[in-house]
Design a binder for this molecule. Structure first.
Ligand SMILES: [Zn+2]
Length: 115
């Protein structure tokens, strides 16, 4: 489930770890834990492949400390991802946008039906 996102999040954590923690090819312990956590959250996301970006998701399934860490990773690795993996990143953002729009209109439709 969410294979594309798993790939992107793994790459982002790798980029982050290399420049922030100076780990070589692998990840440091902290980032290994973070990655395992992030992948598990994606795997268990109740929205499945329809999931919106975590920023707009109503669930916020990350634990507090993990959420802070992943935010830091996104903030730092986001712009670098565009340089290092432009195609993956653009595809990712494009898909996210499309899904967010889709998700927002579905939420709206549900609300209107409930009235
Ligand atoms: Zn690290």
């Amino acid at each position: 489930m969410n294979e594309g996102e798993k790939k992107v999040v793994s790459k982002m954590i790798a980029v982050y770890c290399r420049s922030r923690h100076g780990a070589g090819k692998g990840l440091c312990d902290e980032c290994t834990t973070l990655r395992a956590y992030a992948l598990r959250r994606l795997e268990q996301c109740p929205f499945g492949d329809d999931k919106p970006t975590c920023g707009v998701c109503p669930i916020h399934c990350y634990k507090n400390d993990m959420r802070l860490k992943i935010k830091e990773v996104m903030r730092m690795a986001g712009p670098r991802m565009l340089l290092l993996h432009p195609l993956d990143t653009l595809t990712h953002y494009y898909r996210e946008r499309r899904r967010n729009t889709h998700f927002a209109s579905r939420v709206k439709a549900n609300k209107e039906r409930g009235r």
